[in-house]
Design a protein around this ligand. Structure first.
Ligand code: CMC
Length: 428
């Protein structure tokens, strides 16, 4: 096993410790390098930088492996439930029946939100993007529960914040949608499980009885499991770095929602459907759009393709491709964009541009097709990703706080003007 690395700079050699993970991944620990040499490392986008050690999620992008707390994503997606996975991620072990019951009850107890939330909600124009509204509603929890701001809270008090945010996020998400379409909001119904309650909040209307379709509920539960954590991605790193200043869980998660929103991250699921729709309207010529994606003078990218870490199939995309077929069939939905997506994938997997760059479909490529079949509106897709990712954000925030990680504060190399004298305005 490698124990240390040597770095030689201008004739000076520095001995750097090597850290080994439980799956034998290696990292050079450069934490003391600046103190010894005055030199920092530079890695824009953190492409090769480990920001932490973590015991939550293992990901091997070369082999397409994803595990939560040691359990494979394939097995969890098939056999577990989203709430059980949330417990696993946050508390480290699969719950026994009593632990699961207590966790579920704690969540059910907190599903209602303060009525004043409605005032905040209706202050947004109805065409506001749901991600911006969601992020604002989550951070507003700091106002309704000011005690959550105390960085020295007991484990029991932190658990209360955890139950509150898991319980309230579906209510916020569905109310955001109801506000958008101008319908009265529904109040949570605790007779339902987590996902069924969300579907009820979203789709029930006063005019007719609402029945949760078990096919829809199970498909959504699986989607949430697949999104529940993905180690140090953009939004999770955001949650950890915001939390590292001892900002509250609610403030940190709100920042994570904003980070997730962008089309290169969680926003890709919305962008994929919009892209597939455009291809369909344009006549369905997949090769034409592939050529656009490869053209360096064209800003268009094949959304839902490529990944910072996966240089092989994203295991979540494999599960979702099959789930898309199953769900559409079970619901009797015939969506022409599923065929366009499969056609694009087939062409891309044989195209040297995509093969050489190891660009494969990612989790967002098929998820939107399933959301659409389940009746979720396109601009709510990234909200669904946020609902799924919440346990991961919580687990990572909790791990970071419990291990006493220092405040996140990267360095930089300054490339601006050298020192210069102030010039009075009349001389500029
Ligand atoms: N279409 C066309 N070319 C691509 C694509 C794509 N989707 N993705 C990467 N490339 C090319 C890129 O132009 C570059 O080519 P070259 O080496 O000739 O300059 C090369 O592949 C490497 O790309 P990169 O941008 O340096 O890679 P990255 O690791 O910085 O970016 C990514 C990863 C996910 C942002 C990128 O692949 C992308 O923009 N994909 C489309 C957006 C997307 O689907 N995002 C969802 C990611 S999965 C969900 C999540 O966890 O957020």
């Amino acid at each position: 096993m490698v124990k240390s690395a040597q770095l030689s700079i201008n004739g000076n050699t520095f001995e750097l410790p090597v850290v080994e993970g439980s799956e034998h991944e290696l990292a050079i620990d450069i934490g003391k390098l600046r103190g010894q040499s005055g030199i920092i490392t530079l890695d824009p986008g953190y492409k090769n930088t480990g920001a932490t050690t973590s015991a939550i999620t293992f990901l091997n992008g070369e082999e397409g492996i994803l595990r939560y707390r040691g359990y494979s994503i394939e097995e969890l997606a098939e056999k577990s439930t989203f709430i059980e996975v949330a417990y696993l991620l946050i508390y480290g072990e699969l719950p026994n029946a009593e632990e699961l019951g207590k966790f579920q009850n704690a969540i059910k107890y907190h599903t209602l939100v303060h009525e004043d939330i409605k005032t905040i909600l209706t202050g947004f124009p109805s065409n506001a993007h749901p991600m911006g509204v969601l992020s604002s509603l989550v951070t507003s929890l700091t106002a309704f529960y000011p005690e959550s701001l105390d960085p020295n809270r007991s484990k029991k008090e932190v658990d209360l914040s955890i139950a509150r945010i898991i319980a309230k996020l579906p209510t916020f998400a569905a109310w955001t949608y109801k506000n958008q379409v101008g319908q009265p909001v529904n109040y949570p119904k605790n007779k339902y499980d987590y996902v069924s309650n969300f579907l009820y909040l979203m789709f029930a209307n006063r005019a007719e009885e609402y029945e949760v379709n078990p096919v829809v509920a199970r498909a959504l539960d699986k989607l949430l499991i697949l999104h529940a954590d993905h180690e140090q991605n953009c939004s999770t790193s955001t949650v950890r770095i915001v939390g590292s200043s001892h900002a509250s869980l609610f403030a940190s998660v709100s920042a994570g929602i904003s980070a997730l929103w962008g089309p290169l991250h969680g926003g890709a699921n919305q962008a994929v459907i919009e892209m597939l729709e455009n291809i369909r309207k344009d006549g369905g010529d997949t090769q034409k759009w592939m050529d656009k994606a490869k053209d360096k003078d064209d800003p268009f990218r094949l959304m839902g393709f490529g990944h910072r870490v996966y240089k092989n199939f994203d295991p979540r995309a494999k599960i979702l491709k099959k789930a898309a077929d199953d769900v559409l069939q079970a619901l009797g939905v015939d969506d022409p964009i599923l065929d366009i997506a499969k056609g694009l994938e087939e062409v891309a997997l044989k195209d040297s541009y995509f093969v050489e760059r190891k660009l494969y479909p990612n989790v967002d490529f098929y998820s939107g097709i399933i959301y659409r079949a389940l009746g979720i509106p396109v601009d709510m897709f990234t909200v669904m990703f946020a609902l799924g990712r919440l346990p991961g954000w919580i687990a990572q925030w909790k791990e970071m706080r419990e291990s006493g990680e220092p405040i996140g504060r990267p360095r930089q190399i300054y490339v601006g003007h050298p020192a210069r004298a102030y010039v009075n305005i009349e001389k500029r």
